[in-house]
Every structure is written in C-alpha cells, then in structure tokens.
Design a protein around this ligand. Structure first.
Ligand SMILES: [Zn+2]
Length: 257
C-alpha cells in the first residue's frame, strides 16, 4: 500500500507537536471542556465531540476502541479520553499548544486531542496509526519528564501505532530507505533536536526511532522492548550504547539496504 507524501507530512508534523506538548507539560484539561459536548462513553474509553457530526464522532469512537486494543495488547491496559473539537484553533487552545497547522492529533499528559483539519486529510490507516501512537504516549507517560529518551518514546509510539497497520517497512520508512539505498546510514540515534518541529530530517528521525524499537523487538522480543521503556540498553539488553548503535545500524542496512 502506498502512502501519499501528504499523509506522511501530516503524520510527521502531528508526531512532532505531540512530543512538544508533552515536553512542555501542558496542563491537564478539565473533564468536560464543553457544556454542549456530545459524549460517547465506551467500556474502556471516552470520546467527546464539540459540534462534530454524529457519524464522524461514532467513527472516531470505533477507531479509539481499536487503537486502545492495539495499545493494550503490547503495553497494557489504558482508558483513553479523546477530544474532537470543532476547529484546530479550539484544539490548540485546549492543548495549550501554539501553532497546530498541518497536524492531525496530539497528546497531553492524560488525553488525546484531534485536530480536525489534519485528521480529516489522513487516510483510514493514517487515522488508526495516529490514534494508537497518541494513546501509547498517554499510556506510557511519553518521555516521563525526560527520563525516557525521545528515540524510545517516539519509536515505541510508532512501533505500537504501525503494529496493526499492515504497511511494509520501506513504505513506513520511505525517506530513510532512500538515504540508506544511497549509501548513507545515520551514525547515532536521533535526539531531541532531531524531533524539533521543522527539523530537516524530521521524517527520518521518526523512522530511525521506529526501526530502533523494531530492532529490539525482533532481536530480544517484544516483552523486552516494553521492559526497555524506563530501563536502559545496558541493564535490559546487556549491550553497551556503542554495541546497541552498531546493531541498529546493521538492522537498518538489512531492512532498507
Ligand atoms: Zn509522538
């Protein structure tokens, strides 16, 4: 399945802002931000819409439940709260975020906020990936105040997000695959600056992080990847940072070369 460039751009932008919002510690939102909200309460999730057509909100609820199951299967139980505002401006205000142009969704510490414009432009698969990615951030506590490296928090959210998408490695990591095919391999795992909005290799940073997590799951098992969240490669994997980086680079060569 091909992924239009536009979807990738929207998805990547969304991921970047999600990280930014979490890093800045956006204040928890009130339980019900809108007096005239439409609420769909599932057994394990709550979806709230503000002047959103009923069919669109019902679609979001179904996707939220599906994404919740995806996250639960890998990480563990989570009870997501997802807000669907009327406008992007309203979403930005709820999140305490600045510019949200081109983004599709973001996560605060305890809920997911849909950005109607960007979300509406995503493919069906893109919407599921975005929701599972953001719900993963809520479930894991994302970077936990910087104690979890960004390659792991973003890579793990994408690992879960793409786990049920049925997309090939080269499709998801198309930008990085083009570099590797041209003989260029990254020499280190991506850091916070690489995930900054507007970073030149932002798409590749997410792809590098995703493949680092995929490498861990493939070599050590998915349960070990989950244990790595909050641990470190030395104690959990028995590798030095240099050995881990070398193993990841070999994996990139094998998967994308
Ligand atoms: Zn993210």
């Amino acid at each position: 399945m091909s992924v239009p460039q536009r979807r990738r751009a929207v998805l990547t932008g969304m991921l970047a802002l999600a990280g930014a919002a979490l890093a800045s510690g956006a204040a928890p939102l009130p339980e019900g931000p809108w007096p005239d909200a439409t609420v769909i309460r599932g057994e394990h999730y709550v979806v709230m819409g503000h002047r959103v057509p009923a069919a669109r909100l019902a679609d979001l609820a179904a996707r939220t439940e599906r994404a919740r199951r995806t996250v639960a299967a890998i990480w563990g139980p989570v009870r997501p709260v997802v807000l669907f505002p009327e406008t992007d401006a309203e979403a930005g205000a709820l999140a305490g975020a600045g510019a949200t142009g081109g983004l599709a969704a973001l996560a605060t510490a305890d809920r997911v906020i849909v950005l109607p414009d960007g979300y509406g432009r995503l493919t069906e698969t893109g919407r599921d990936v975005v929701l599972a990615h953001e719900i993963t951030h809520v479930a894991t506590g994302a970077t936990r105040g910087g104690r979890v490296p960004m390659w792991l928090s973003e890579g793990f959210a994408d690992y879960v997000g793409y786990s049920a998408a049925g997309l090939g490695v080269r499709t998801v990591a198309s930008e990085l695959a083009a570099e590797v095919a041209a003989g260029v391999l990254p020499d280190r795992l991506p850091g916070p600056a690489d995930f900054a909005p507007g970073a030149v290799r932002l798409a590749q940073a997410y792809e590098e992080a995703w493949l680092a997590c995929r490498y861990v799951a493939g070599r050590f098992g998915e349960r070990t990847l989950v244990r790595l969240y909050g641990g470190d490669v030395g104690t959990v994997l028995g590798l030095t940072p240099a050995e881990f980086t070398a193993g990841w680079r070999d994996y990139l060569r094998k998967e994308l070369g």
